[in-house]
Design a protein around this ligand. Structure first.
Ligand code: NAD
Ligand code: UD1
Length: 336
């Protein structure tokens, strides 16, 4: 059996990836310091799959933790998801983001190099693009000056991985640029569980639906878009997980690969709110609020390259995403 080490595997996206890894016959070894997640997510992954996740509660900045993991397990490759991801917090605490995301990745890469495990999938983001330019983003679209320290960590790590591959082309490195992951596993047992007030749109909507918040503040109604609200490319987290499984096949080749993971279907904030209402037969209170600093009006993925080279395509609709997000939130109003 091929074992995949998933850093950050107890988190929102990582837990869904673990389900797919186990369902597809891979071994899932999770390393997570639980700074933004719960061990319960992994127990739920085991409940869904009927299979075991091997868990190490450890920080990716701890060199000794990797010594133990790589000595005790035969690791085929790494899916590197561990990192801090709150854009606003990164503006206030940039050093914490550079230390955790960039510093942690360096420690991980050193450990991988030492153990000759030279296969990695990295969780990158659409935030690496110049988001004020082209709306439909291809992997070859201009990369931008990120608008936040969080975004900058993703750009720097992509550059580091590019340099590592240039220095030693035995590596197989896949950088996946996620657009806006939402939704949850259809069981409703795992899902997104933000601490405090959600920063992102879908968890905010589900918290309004469950009665925890009064209304959704729609950040800006005067953008140059059809209904004046910002447009993004929302992708179901299970489609995203499937993209990672397909990307593992690239580990059979050496190379540096980059793919967008998105649906290619742009949706405005109001369209998402209305899709949520339709999918769940609920009413969501909302009000137009001032713009949020740093938001681009509109961008979405061209995901043709992942289709051509990985045989991957998102299959779930915005209604599926809204239904599954609500299924998770309504069954777990207080998270894990
Ligand atoms: P998440 O916070 O739920 O998951 C990240 C996990 O990493 C958490 O379980 C956290 O405890 C762990 N972690 C953080 N720092 C760590 C450290 N130093 N050592 C060990 N574990 C650590 O976030 P997510 O939404 O699941 O995102 C996963 C990855 O995908 C992140 O790298 C994120 O930047 C990236 N990403 C997410 C989105 C999104 O919209 N959710 C979009 C683009 C990229
Ligand atoms: C944000 C980050 C991005 C990161 C991604 C995943 C910013 C500027 N970008 O993307 O770098 O990779 O999250 O963590 O923060 N919205 C509302 N009301 C809300 C919340 C959001 O109207 O309460 C709107 C936003 O203005 C945006 C859209 O909904 O237009 C989506 O927002 P969000 O879910 O935060 O994702 P992004 O901003 O696209």
């Amino acid at each position: 059996m091929k074992n995949i080490l998933v850093t950050g595997g107890a988190g929102y996206i990582g837990s869904h990836i673990c389900v797919e890894l186990l369902n597809q016959g891979y071994g899932a070894i999770v390393m997570d310091n639980l700074c933004n997640s719960s061990k319960k997510a992994l127990a739920r992954v085991e409940e869904i799959t009927g299979k075991r996740v091997k868990f190490y509660e450890a920080d990716i900045r701890e060199k000794s933790a990797f010594d133990e993991i790589f000595t005790s397990n035969d690791i085929y490759g790494v899916i590197h998801m561990a990192g801090l991801k709150a854009v606003g917090e990164s503006v206030k605490e940039p050093l914490a983001y550079f230390d955790n995301n960039i510093g942690g990745t360096i420690v991980l890469l050193e450990a991988m190099k030492k153990r000759r495990v030279k296969r990695m999938i990295f969780s990158s983001s659409a935030t690496v693009y110049d988001l004020g330019g082209e709306e439909c983003l291809k992997e070859t679209s201009p990369l931008g000056n990120s608008t936040s320290p969080y975004g900058r960590t993703k750009s720097v790590i992509e550059q580091m991985l590019t340099d590592i591959y240039a220095s030693d082309n035995v590596w197989s490195i896949v950088m996946l640029r996620y657009f806006n992951p939402i939704g949850a596993h259809k069981s409703g047992l795992i899902g997104e569980n933000p601490k405090g007030i959600p920063n992102n749109l879908m968890p905010y909507i589900t918290q309004v639906a469950v009665g925890k918040r009064e209304r959704v503040n729609v950040f800006g109604g005067d953008y140059n878009t059809p209904d004046g609200t910002c447009v993004r490319d929302y992708i179901h987290v299970m489609d995203l997980a499937d993209g990672h499984i397909k990307a593992i096949r690239k580990f059979e080749e050496t190379g540096l690969f980059v793919y967008n993971l998105g649906t290619g279907c742009p949706q405005s904030v109001l369209e998402v709110i209305h899709a949520f209402e339709r999918a769940n037969d609920l009413q969501i209170q909302y009000a137009i609020a001032p713009r949020r600093a740093g938001d681009a009006a509109k961008y979405y993925a061209n995901a043709d390259k992942a289709g051509e080279e990985l045989g991957w395509k998102a299959t779930r609709s915005i209604e599926d995403m809204c239904r599954d997000s609500w299924n998770w939130q309504s069954k777990n109003p207080d998270g894990y």
